[in-house]
Design a protein around this ligand. Sequence first.
Ligand SMILES: Cc1cc2nc3c(=O)[nH]c(=O)nc-3n(C[C@H](O)[C@H](O)[C@H](O)COP(=O)(O)OP(=O)(O)OC[C@H]3O[C@@H](n4cnc5c(N)ncnc54)[C@H](O)[C@@H]3O)c2cc1C
Length: 390
Amino acid sequence: MDFELTPEQLTMRDTARRVVERELTPILERHDARHALPKNAFLQILQILAPLRLTAPRIPEEAGGAGISMLDYGIIFEQLPPQVGMNLLSHEGCIGRLYAECSPAQKSRFLPDLIAGRKIGCTGSTEPETGSDPRGIKTRLVRDGAKLRLHGRKMWITNASVCDVMIVTCLDAREPNGKPSVIKAVVERGMAAFETREIETIGLQQGYLGEALFDGCEIPAENLIESPEGGTAILKKSWAVNRPLVGLQAVHLAQSALDLALDYAKLRKAFGKAIAGHQLVQKNLSDMATAVMSSRLLCYHALATIDRGAPADGASAMAKRHAQNSCEQVVWEAMNILGALGLAREARLERMYRDARMLSIPDGTNELLALIHGRELTGVGAFRDAPAAR
Ligand SMILES: Cc1cc2nc3c(=O)[nH]c(=O)nc-3n(C[C@H](O)[C@H](O)[C@H](O)COP(=O)(O)OP(=O)(O)OC[C@H]3O[C@@H](n4cnc5c(N)ncnc54)[C@H](O)[C@@H]3O)c2cc1C
C-alpha cells in the first residue's frame, strides 16, 4: 500500500490546480457570487474542461471520454471549486448514463455536443413529494393517441434551469391498465410544455439547482431509454462514484478553510504572541488537519475500491458522510480561529460554510448514507418498517 500520489497523479492534480487558478477563477470572479452564472459562462467553463476530457471521465477513450480511473478523476475533481464541481458532476453524470444506457443511434445524437461542452446535461429523479425514496415518483409517461406525453414535476435538479438535455426518470403508464414500471426519457430544451426555473438556496449560489415542469410534454419514441444493463444497476454504480466525489468537494472546502486558519494563526497576535502558539489553537488546528486528511483518505479509498471492482456502497456512503460532517466542523473551527473576522463576508469562510451545508443532501442525505453503511455492516436493512406481524 502506497499513500503517495504517483508522478502522473501529481501532474494531473497540479494541472487541474493551474486550470482552476488561471482559467476558471477569473470567470467565476467576473460574475455575482450570490447568483447563478449566466448559461454562457458555464458553457465556457465546460469548454475549458472538455479538452481535459473532464466532461466524460467515466467513458472510455475510444468513445471520446477520458478513460481514467475513478481515483484519478477524484484527485482532479477535488481541485475544482464546488460551485463548478456540482454542476460538472451533473453534466458528466448525465453523459456517463447516456453512454451506459442508450442505443448507438441515441449516443451519436446526444453525446458529441455534451462531451464538447456545447450543450449542458442533467438528470432528474427527485420530485416535490419524493427524494430519498425513489419508489415514490409520480411523473408519468402516457399515451395520447399516436403521441407520448410526459406529465409531472422534478425538483432540486442540478443544472435544470440551463440544461439542454435532461434524463427524466418516470413511470411508464403507456398501457392504461398495466402496472407502471420505471422508464427514462430524454427531454430536450425547446420541447413544448417543458419549463424550468432556478431555486435560490443557501449555498453553491453560482451553480444551478432548479425545478422542471412537464405539462404534457411530447416525447418522441426515439427519446426513450431502453437500458440494456438494467437502469437500477447503472444508477447504483453512478451513486457509488458520486458520493466520494461530493465528499471531495467537502475536502476542497475544508482544506481551503484550514489553509486560511493556519495562515491567520501565524500572523494574529494575542497575549503577546501569535495565536498559533496558544495550546488550544494548536489543538483545534490539529483536529482540523486530522478531519481533512481522514476525509480525503476515505474518499480516495472508496474510489480505489470502485476501480478494483469490489463492492463499494458502504465505503462510498461512509466517505461522503464523514467528509461532509468534517467539513462543517473544520469551517466552523476556522471561523473561530479568525475571531470576528471569521464571520465577515470578506474572509470567505461564511460562504464556505453555506456551500458545505449544501453537500449534505445530494446523492444521499447523511441519514440515508448512515443506513446504507449500516446495512452493509450488519446485513440488516433499516430503511423501511418491516410488515406488521399478524
Ligand atoms: C445541491 C443538490 C443537488 C441535487 N441534485 C439533484 C439532481 O441533479 N437530480 C436529482 O434528481 N435530485 C437532486 N437533488 C435532490 C436530492 O437527491 C434530494 O433532495 C435528496 O435525495 C433528499 O430528498 P428530499 O429532499 O426529498 O428529502 P426527503 O427524502 O423527504 O428526506 C427528508 C429528511 O428525512 C430523512 N429521511 C428520509 N428517509 C429516511 C429514513 N429511512 N431514515 C432516516 N431518515 C430519513 C432525510 O435524511 C432528510 O433528513 C439535489 C439536491 C441538492 C441539495
